[in-house]
Design a protein around this ligand. Structure first.
Ligand code: OXD
Length: 308
């Protein structure tokens, strides 16, 4: 079996992990010089378009990440073979941790306590009532469902929204375009875990964000392009939103002169809410390759029409 791999960094450890999980496979790093070398499987993260232009016999493509928007944008992606994304591989619990941390930091006012500490002020603030902070999760795939369940487990009233809906214990779920407005109106803390597609790009904008309950708070752990950044800045400026925690931005790394860096109501992290865990990911991909080789179907196959 022949496997071509592409990532822009840490390639040595990935190649070694794949070779050790699939010891009968020949594994190599894609380079333009070796573009003609044909593989059965491609395991990639943000590959150049030329990779697919040169590969003619792929049986499946594995994305070493949960979001496939980067792959979907490539012109030569083979249309007739499974494109498989990671499902979970340790990401759901990282994402749930990140989101609950951002949620609780905001609701329990930990940023205020950090400021008080700088002033050596010992002063308790009024306790927050979780009922005043209904949480809404946009995107209820494996990761989104885990995020919603985690928020609900702390006792926050929790709502979910997705294209086609889903039944989840303790979560009130809204579906589709008709469900979007009632969902937003029910929510004060909005969490975006959506896949990025033509339909969801820009979904976090002035019209949608201003439907949140007053003093709304946004947590975006999906993709920067879900958010219209200037709309967020305007809503923060006029006090319509209380703040935002952003793990993703339109242009990554965020340019040094971007207003988000110094905004007092924005907390930023550099796209780390759920990092790809090499061991878990390689074990999952190797298992799926073995299943495909035996003619079985695998989980996590992308619906190219939907884009996720
Ligand atoms: C992913 C990511 O899609 O890291 O997995 O953003």
């Amino acid at each position: 079996m022949k496997i071509v791999f592409y990532a822009s960094k840490n390639t040595g450890p990935w190649l070694a992990a794949i070779a050790s999980a699939l010891s009968d496979a020949k594994v190599w790093l894609w380079t333009p010089e070796e573009a003609g070398r044909q593989a059965d499987y491609a395991i990639v993260w943000q590959p150049p378009a030329e990779l697919f232009a040169s590969q003619k016999g792929l049986k499946a493509v594995f994305n070493i990440g949960a979001g496939v928007d980067g792959l979907m944008a490539l012109p030569n992606l083979p249309g007739n073979v499974p494109i498989v994304r990671l499902n979970d591989a340790g990401m759901a619990s990282q994402m749930a941790e990140y989101v609950c941390h951002a949620l609780i930091r905001h609701v329990r006012e930990f940023d205020v306590y950090s400021e008080q500490m700088k002033e050596r002020r010992w002063k308790a603030r009024r306790p927050a009532n979780r009922m005043d902070f209904p949480v809404g999760v946009m995107g209820l795939g494996f990761i989104g469902a885990r995020v919603a369940e985690s928020a609900a487990s702390f006792g926050y009233p929790t709502f979910g929204w997705s294209r086609s809906g889903k039944s989840l214990p303790n979560i009130t779920v809204f579906a589709g375009q008709d469900g979007l407005e009632p969902f937003l109106r029910a929510v004060r803390i909005l969490i975006c875990v959506l896949p990025l597609t033509a339909e969801t790009q820009g979904i976090l904008n002035a019209a949608t964000l201003s439907k949140l309950k007053p003093d709304g708070y946004l947590i975006n752990v999906a993709r920067g392009r879900h958010l219209v950044e200037e709309d967020l800045l305007a809503l923060l400026a006029d006090g319509r939103l209380a703040g935002a925690a952003l793990d993703v931005v339109c242009s990554e790394p965020l340019p040094a002169d971007h207003p988000f860096w110094t905004h007092p109501k924005i907390t930023l992290t550099p796209h780390i809410s759920a990092l790809t865990l090499r061991e878990e990911s390689v074990a999952q991909i190797a298992g799926k390759i073995r299943m495909l080789e035996c003619g079985q179907t695998v989980e996590g196959v992308v619906d190219i029409r939907r884009g996720y």
